[in-house]
Design a protein around this ligand. Structure first.
Ligand code: PNS
Length: 167
């Protein structure tokens, strides 16, 4: 790793990845030399998909996506700032959709700053088409038989439908 390389970590549950997440990835890849999408192995909420499944959906969704610089998919456990230090990242990327995201994000950013002063959190706003989108809403729409194409890539859609079939 070159010392001059600007590495950003984009952490999240990605349960599952949506077009909104991918829009943020694409924007971040134009700002940083390398972006690592870091899938939280055990997020607080019990995930619908395993970490391996979530990583696989992201990897497949990245194919064909307009990216500025290389994007890697990894998983992490434990504190985010410890992971950032391990991979040499000085920036954490988070998407900010609406005012309702702000309080939790503000708390998280300041806690992470307290834990690691050298790591800066950078917020990016998704395209307005994705402002109301969340993985939880997508799972609900999938469960109730709604149209998913505007929210997730085709592979993720098929995984959601397959999951629904399993009950
Ligand atoms: O997609 P999400 O669920 O909003 O992502 C939240 C996530 C996984 C980024 C956050 O919970 C996290 O960083 N977890 C790792 C544990 C940690 O570092 N906690 C202290 C930060 S406040």
């Amino acid at each position: 790793m070159s010392r001059k390389e600007r590495i950003a970590v984009y952490p999240g549950s990605f349960d599952p990845v949506t077009w909104g997440h991918l829009d943020i990835v694409s924007r971040a890849s134009r700002l940083f030399d390398r972006v690592i999408i870091a899938v939280a192995k055990n997020p607080l909420k019990k995930p619908a998909f395993t970490a391996a499944e979530r990583m696989d959906m992201i990897t497949r969704s990245l194919r064909g996506l307009p990216l500025g610089r290389p994007v890697k998919v990894a998983r992490f456990d434990g504190l985010l700032v410890h992971y950032c230090r391990k991979v040499g990242a000085r920036a954490v990327i988070r998407g900010l959709r609406a005012v309702s995201d702000f309080e939790a994000e503000f708390q998280m950013a300041l806690m992470n700053r307290h834990l690691a002063r050298e790591v800066e959190t950078v917020y990016l706003m998704p395209d307005q088409r994705f402002v109301y989108l969340s993985s939880n809403l997508v799972k609900e729409v999938a469960r109730l038989g709604g149209e998913l194409d505007a929210f997730v890539p085709p592979f993720v859609k098929s995984r959601l439908l397959h999951r629904k079939d399993r009950g």
